[in-house]
Design a protein around this ligand. Sequence first.
Ligand SMILES: Nc1ncnc2c1ncn2[C@@H]1O[C@H](COP(=O)(O)OP(=O)(O)OP(=O)(O)O)[C@@H](O)[C@H]1O
Ligand SMILES: [Mg+2]
Length: 356
Amino acid sequence: MSLSESSLYEALRQVIDPDLRRDIVSAGMVKGLAWNIQDRKLSLTLQLTTPACPLKDYFREEVHRVLIPVLGDGWQIEVAFSAQTVGVSTDALPNVRNLVLVGSGKGGVGKSTISVNLAVALAHQGARTGLVDADIYGPSVPILLGLEAARPSVEEKEGKPYLVPLRKYGIEVMSIGFLVPPGQATPWRGPMASNTLRQLLLETAWGELDYLIVDMPPGTGDIQLTLAQQFRPTGAILVTTPQRVAQADVEKALTMLRMPLVQVPILGIVENMAYFWTPELPERKFLIFGEGGGSMLAQKYGVPLLAQIPLTEEVVHYSDKGIPVAMLEENPVGIAFRQLAGEVVRAIAKTLSTAA
Ligand SMILES: Nc1ncnc2c1ncn2[C@@H]1O[C@H](COP(=O)(O)OP(=O)(O)OP(=O)(O)O)[C@@H](O)[C@H]1O
Ligand SMILES: [Mg+2]
């Protein structure tokens, strides 16, 4: 059978991108299709919407599945990936393709833990990632990354001074905690706090970033509104715990983000401390805080439940040492955070494709 470009493209149309709900040919993802009949080799590149795409194995298998009947046996098929991260960079932060808020409404549910681990997991998957600690009152990012003693340097750009973000675990980081001595109270009042945060975001020399994750302070006040309105985030992730008492606060945050003058898309909900897990009884999930809080909220508001992260001793232990568990290859919570990163990336791609 002779091999034609059109028969190959026809076959590739059977591969569907489950997030975009389109086939990879009409979505314009197939690049550089080339083959050599003598060597029985075919190669192509799939252009993804992010280097952190969790679907690479799926696409590779699907391409093989649909091409083998056309090519016949004994062919070597090479699928490479390139990425053009989709995003909506704004005038305020032209280097940042996607600003992603991690908030809650409620204190102590794990916003900072989730932010840090999400950022590290995105970088691990190949995305250029930054993290900004928007908790002007109680910054915790310096501790979680083991950067308590670090101080950023300043560089001049076009005659203006900029803070140079610190780098650790593959991410760029900025926090008010790097500028104010640890332990010193920061009694900012409302407008001052939002201004400080604005400055921190605008006067940092961020590199080209696919994702800038924002660790939000608890609540639904000035800072949340400033960020949502002035920086046009791609979306927000809301963190909750399974208890009923956490939900009212998260619902307040959800409602605020959906207000007509705010309108930040909700990427989904993360249920943290979903159950207690210990390596001594790996089969058991101890539902110490009850069950179903995250999925109930997700259903009620029609948003995805992105992850259920267990409560483990290791998270506390490693957090205190300044090591994000997302760095640990074999750790079950580390794995859960890397899965979360994949889900967040997919939720962003979906949000942007429906907004377009
Ligand atoms: N999955 C988890 N397993 C065990 N401990 C956790 C987990 N998530 C968070 N913690 C612990 O709970 C505490 C609160 O977490 P974290 O600081 O991330 O919450 P937060 O929502 O950012 O708090 P705040 O509202 O004060 O900013 C920390 O001591 C953290 O180590
Ligand atoms: Mg916090």
